[in-house]
Design a protein around this ligand. Structure first.
Ligand code: GAR
Length: 213
């Protein structure tokens, strides 16, 4: 069967959404796909509580304990290999990954980013969307490349920006869509129905329809 390893840094609501979908839809039986482990770079990440409560194997790799990015990533690679990772799912993982990690799992890393890429890569996307005055905002799931938030897009979902929105209100509207989109994208990639070839995302029409929200 195929193993998913989820990387988190905080609250872990996307991790929870993917896990709960995998239980509801019985991914292990139906698709031969399961979450084999969770890794957090922060010992206090809220998502770890959920992992404990649900007996999901987890590991903390605190980046502050490593002298360099390389040393941290070497440890991260080892931990992913220990969990027998076929697919790495970044879910609110707030460390930039270098080509060292990206090359170790080429075409097998997904990220969720709270904006409609290629608009607003990086941080503070909701503030920046409001500042720019755009009326449509959203979320993107993409394969991870060595370019920050620059890998091939797998799926997107849009939300309206409403008059008077605060960044938090807009973030909450986007997050609801994240929780729908990410489980679908993760399952389709784990199944091999969506994949990365020569830097581009390949999928059939059925998969693209499943991703259309
Ligand atoms: C989510 O909105 C995710 O899209 C974003 O952080 C939040 C994590 O929430 N990711 C990034 O900003 C990546 N740079 P969660 O921990 O509840 O899933």
């Amino acid at each position: 069967s195929k193993n998913i390893v989820v990387l988190i840094s905080g609250r872990g609501s996307n991790f929870k959404a993917v896990y709960e979908r995998s239980v509801q839809e019985n991914w292990p039986e139906k698709y031969g796909v399961r979450i084999s482990g969770v890794i957090s770079n922060r010992p206090e990440a809220g998502g770890l509580t959920f992992a404990k409560e649900n007996n999901i194997p987890f590991k903390v790799i605190d980046h502050k304990e490593y002298p360099t990015r390389e040393a941290f990533e070497e440890e991260l690679i080892k931990a992913c290999e220990d969990f027998d990772a076929d697919l790495i799912v970044l879910a609110g993982f707030m460390r930039v990954l270098t080509s060292l990690f990206v090359n170790a799992f080429e075409g097998r890393i997904l990220n969720i980013h709270p904006a409609l890429l290629p608009m607003f890569p990086g941080l503070h996307t909701h503030e920046r969307a409001l500042e720019a005055g755009i009326r449509i905002h959203g979320v993107t799931v993409h394969f991870v490349s060595a370019v920050l938030d620059g890998g091939a897009i797998v799926g997107q979902a849009a939300v309206p920006v409403l008059a008077g929105d605060t960044p938090d209100e807009l973030a909450a509207r986007v997050l609801k869509q994240e929780h729908i989109l990410y489980p679908r994208a993760v399952r389709l990639v784990a199944e091999g129905r969506v994949r990365l070839e020569n830097g581009r995302t390949i999928m059939d029409r059925g998969a693209s329809q499943e991703l259309a929200i």
